[in-house]
Unconditional design. Sequence first.
Length: 211
Amino acid sequence: MPKIVDHAWRRAEIADALVRLAAREGLHAVTMRSVAAEAGISLRLVQYYFHSKAQLMSATLDHLERRGHERWAARLAHLPAPPPARAFVEALLAEALPTDEASRAFHLVWTSYAVLAMTDPELAEQPFVEGPNRLERQLTEVLDQARTDGELAAGLDPAAEAARLLALHHGLGTGVLVGQRTAESAAGVLRYHLDRLFATPGDECVIHTPG
């Protein structure tokens, strides 16, 4: 009887190997051969699933986005359904901070992709900004509903606030990565902005960080 191969699992295994390698040694160290070695499989098998390095890089970017959504969904699962707008935004921002090994790898590798996409023609051709654009649209929808429900502070534009929040968490995440600030101080800055974004500033906003 032929062996049943879970191709989706194998692709994820290869993508995870690329993320580990890039987080440890930098995206410049990534080759098809080095990813194969990191995954403990043959180069031929990596090439079977991904015909080029550009294809592997693009697939791994999608994989990173899926992993991030899985961790975000796990946070949302502990909230009431549907979650209040503020709690929803908190879960997103908390997941965006590099506070543990998984979130640090995500933030580090995603930032490396962004830099590389500016100079690498093959990677630049990939839909690199689609993930962030989807996230911004989703956040805008949540804030728009919060405005309708009276949860958002008066006079605010949901689309502009969504863009500001995403820009803020990218900047704070990078600051944590390079040692400019701690995860706890970054969470404090986020709390400050959330207190002013929502119409009930007295509510406590808890963004969980290690320690």
